[in-house]
Design a protein around this ligand. Structure first.
Ligand SMILES: Nc1c(C(=O)O)ncn1[C@@H]1O[C@H](COP(=O)(O)O)[C@@H](O)[C@H]1O
Length: 177
């Protein structure tokens, strides 16, 4: 049994469903998908709004269940109820990505995503925290898929190297000047 789990592949299946409230959100939301792709995780982006097209949201969640999607990410700005509505309709883990567009620069979307009633959790990342939304989804999946765990370790090592290099360059520039 354990061996079967260890050899499970994430290559061919869509594991993450990314829902977003508006086509105007796409430039940010696509970055979530890019990070997932970097980690070898297949995902799909669906534009659907809990306010404007609730039936489309529910139909997608039902399809996602049927097709074996394992994590859902709800992205929305302003009155960002999308992730919460998704969480009310599924027991899959739901990550909320509040987007920082609109006159309140994301305060509204942050609070409306994170302040869920007990029993209906949304794991909320920072405003416009596209990379963390993807990495959190990957961490959830890594419990089951060793290849994703390996990809996460590699990404963390690359991030650490980049950080060290930037720190050294910054110190060198200061000591020169
Ligand atoms: N917050 C929601 C929801 C929802 O929560 O269902 N649907 C759309 N929106 C957000 O409204 C903002 C303005 O949308 P438009 O730019 O389409 O007018 C977007 O940031 C979207 O995510």
């Amino acid at each position: 049994m354990a061996k079967k789990a260890a050899s499970k592949s994430s290559d061919s299946k869509t594991l993450v469903g990314i829902l977003t409230g508006s086509p105007n959100d796409l430039p940010k939301v696509i970055k979530v998908q890019e990070t997932l792709t970097e980690l070898g995780i297949h995902s799909e982006v669906v534009i659907a709004s809990a306010h404007r097209t609730p039936a489309k949201v529910f139909a997608y969640i039902d399809r996602a269940h049927a097709e074996g999607v394992e994590v859902l990410i709800g992205c929305a700005g302003v009155a960002a109820h999308l992730a919460g509505v998704i969480a009310g309709h599924t027991r899959l883990p739901v990550i909320g990505l509040p987007l920082g567009n609109g006159p309140l620069s994301g305060w509204d979307s942050l609070l409306s995503t994170v302040q869920m009633p007990p029993g209906v959790p949304v794991a909320t990342v920072a405003v416009d925290g596209t990379r963390n939304a993807a990495i959190l989804a990957a961490r959830i999946l890594a419990i089951k898929y060793p290849a994703i765990d390996k990809a996460l370790a590699k990404l963390a090592e690359e991030d650490r190297k980049r950080y060290d290099q930037t720190a050294e360059e910054a110190l060198a520039a200061v000591s020169k000047g």
